[in-house]
Ligand binder design. Structure first.
Ligand code: BGC
Length: 491
């Protein structure tokens, strides 16, 4: 956006390390997303915790669309998101009071405990408590990491740096798919290894949290101005950071004057970033991506692949997901956010509709697709994942992290995180039942959402590329054809 200042910066080795270490929070989140689908498709796991589901699965001529529909099985996947939803608000308080770095540290520790408990679970309740701990870790990590990355990134590369988080989410999902592919052959405890290896990314984040810096904005807002100044010099790699420093000081003064962030966030003038943050996260989930991510092996079995082949297909979608995110990382600060989101809507819409038609016409309750038909479904799923990966995936986290002013940033972002988790929970909990009830129509359901989100971007989402975070209100909201009417009561 023209007229906004671009501050000088050079990347030092240390700052690059900070980006990567903090982004390990993404690895933790991604591993978790990817692991549960494969684990819930493993017979040993089902026999131990969900014997009824296993029995149903073994039944010959079982209905394709309904064989995995079990509320408890879905609760295993989705309990994590419920815990993350609630804990993101607690995380926002820790983030405000103590900073981004301790919040990231806490995330890694709780997550480690969760990984240990779920891997060693003997009873269903232990499994669920383990998932809840993992969820708290995710809530803390997803609150603090994207904010951390956006705050330490130089403005002209903020998109790319923030997207390292999502890149590691996709790497985590991919690793989990590979792990499941291997452990599904280790009887009877392969699933324990799958769940326990979640400790690896958590350990990486833990080490990272000891090494990374605190962000200048968080330091300055908490009254540590001179440390904030030297940190800014250090992460920018230049001596003269005066202009940017002053901008953060100004933002911090305003922020310190706000005693009740919640009241501030409910004001009319906070509406633009709040509505956008929540909408982007809700839409991100209603692309239907997690129907694919969690249940890819189950879904591919539904369209007629054998257990092994279906895990392999989800490994393929995992690779595509990583690749698409790299495309986003390379283009987001050049092309901007809007164009990526809009292009992806079109691509995802076409894929969803064609998949829906293939399943509607060819996949009935008890038969299966022919090999070529099933391969077409996998190819279409790959194109769909590709589009998501360069758009709604990363930008759902990026845009909310760069649009709130300092006074409402952590709380506003918690609304974004919790909306994501809430919708992820809904999808995780409901998808298998929806698949059973709606059958192929489920793809048309998600397609309708994609139309809605495209319209939202066209009308309500301003471009935020190259705008300093702390100059967002004046550079973006005051000038936007729709949102400017919400800014009139501000001075
Ligand atoms: C979403 C996850 C999703 C993942 C897929 C993330 O941005 O929040 O729900 O599973 O992308 O790559």
């Amino acid at each position: 956006m023209s007229g906004s200042p671009i501050y000088e910066s050079k990347n030092s080795f240390y700052v690059v390390i900070c980006w990567i270490l903090a982004a390990c929070g993404g690895l933790m989140f991604g591993y978790d997303i990817g692991i549960s689908g494969g684990v819930t498709a493993m017979d040993d796991f089902l026999i131990k915790f969900f014997p009824k589901v296993h029995e149903r699965k073994m039944h010959a001529k079982e209905d394709n669309y309904c064989k995995y529909d079990d509320q408890f099985l879905q609760l295993f996947t989705s309990s994590l998101y419920l815990a993350a939803l609630v804990s993101s608000f607690a995380a926002s308080k820790v983030c405000t009071k103590f900073g981004r770095k301790p919040t990231i540290l806490a995330a890694s520790l709780v997550f480690l405990a969760g990984a240990g408990l779920s891997a060693s679970a003997q009873k269903l309740y232990m499994l669920i408590i383990g998932r809840v701990l993992l969820g708290i870790g995710v809530g803390f990590g997803n609150e603090a990491v994207p904010l951390f990355l956006s705050e330490i990134a130089p403005v002209q590369r903020r998109g790319a740096i923030n997207i390292i988080f999502q890149l590691l989410v996709t790497v985590g999902i991919f690793m989990a798919n590979l792990v499941n592919y291997g452990t599904s052959k280790m009887h009877p405890h392969g699933w324990r290894l799958s769940l326990g290896l979640a400790g690896v990314p958590a350990l990486m984040l833990f080490i990272g949290s000891l090494i990374i810096t605190e962000t200048p904005a968080s330091l300055i807002k908490r009254g540590k101005e001179s440390l904030g100044h030297t940190t800014l010099q250090r992460i920018r790699g230049v001596e003269d950071v005066e202009a940017e420093f002053q901008q953060i000081v100004k933002a911090s003064e305003i922020a310190r004057g706000v005693k009740h962030p919640f009241k501030e966030l409910m004001k009319r003038s906070s509406r633009p970033p709040l509505v956008i943050a929540v909408a982007l996260q809700v839409f991100q989930q209603f692309t239907g991506i997690n129907a694919i991510m969690f249940y890819a092996p189950v879904l591919f079995q539904t369209v007629g692949f054998k257990s092994d082949a279906s895990l392999l297909s989800s490994v393929i979608t995992g690779i595509v997901n990583v690749f698409g995110t790299l495309v986003s990382l390379a283009t987001v600060d050049k092309f901007g956010r809007r164009i990526l989101l809009l292009q992806a809507c079109l691509q995802m819409l076409i894929c969803q509709i064609v998949i829906g038609v293939i399943l509607q016409v060819y996949l009935h309750a008890t038969d299966s697709l022919t090999k070529p038909q099933a391969i077409w479904v996998v190819i279409l799923v790959c194109f769909y994942v590709l589009a998501f990966a360069w758009s709604w995936g990363p930008l759902g986290w990026l845009i909310p992290s760069e649009t709130f002013p300092l006074e409402t940033r952590t709380l506003g972002y918690a609304f974004a995180v919790s909306s994501n988790m809430f919708c992820t929970f809904i999808i995780a909990q409901a998808f298998l039942s929806m698949l059973c009830g709606m059958r192929a129509m489920i793809f048309f359901f998600f397609a309708a959402w994609i139309v809605l989100m495209g319209v939202f971007v066209l009308l309500f989402l301003p471009e935020t590329k190259n705008v300093p975070i702390d100059a967002m209100a004046h550079t973006v909201w005051y000038k936007h054809h729709y949102w400017k009417r919400f800014m009139v009561d501000e001075n």
